[in-house]
Design a binder for this molecule. Structure first.
Ligand code: SF4
Ligand code: SF4
Length: 88
């Protein structure tokens, strides 16, 4: 296991670096909080930095910027994130 020293800054993408998503997203992630263990992996892996943590450390998704890539759902160890079809 690699241990990251606390004084190494970790880079995260700027919020919505590719701009607001608009209407083209076809799938969107939905968090099932009853399955969430607050591990924060989705927060660390989100490619758009659109996942924030509430005070209680539960993740919250900003759908204005989420691109629907599904990375968060792939890394979630408890399958708490479901990718569902967008309703237009
Ligand atoms: S689907 Fe992609 S952009 Fe949207 S919250 Fe998950 S990882 Fe981030
Ligand atoms: S990766 Fe899954 S279990 Fe971990 S905080 Fe995100 S939704 Fe919760």
């Amino acid at each position: 296991m690699i241990k990251v020293p606390a004084d190494i800054p970790l880079a995260r993408p700027t919020l919505g670096s590719a701009g607001k998503t608009g209407t083209w997203r076809v799938l969107k992630p939905v968090i099932h909080y009853d399955k969430c263990t607050r591990c924060r992996l989705c927060f660390f892996y989100c490619v758009e930095n659109t996942i924030d943590l509430e005070k209680n450390l539960y993740p919250r998704i900003d759908y204005d910027y989420c691109k629907g890539c599904g990375v968060c759902a792939q890394v979630c160890p408890t399958a708490a994130i479901e990718m569902i079809k967008e309703v237009k």
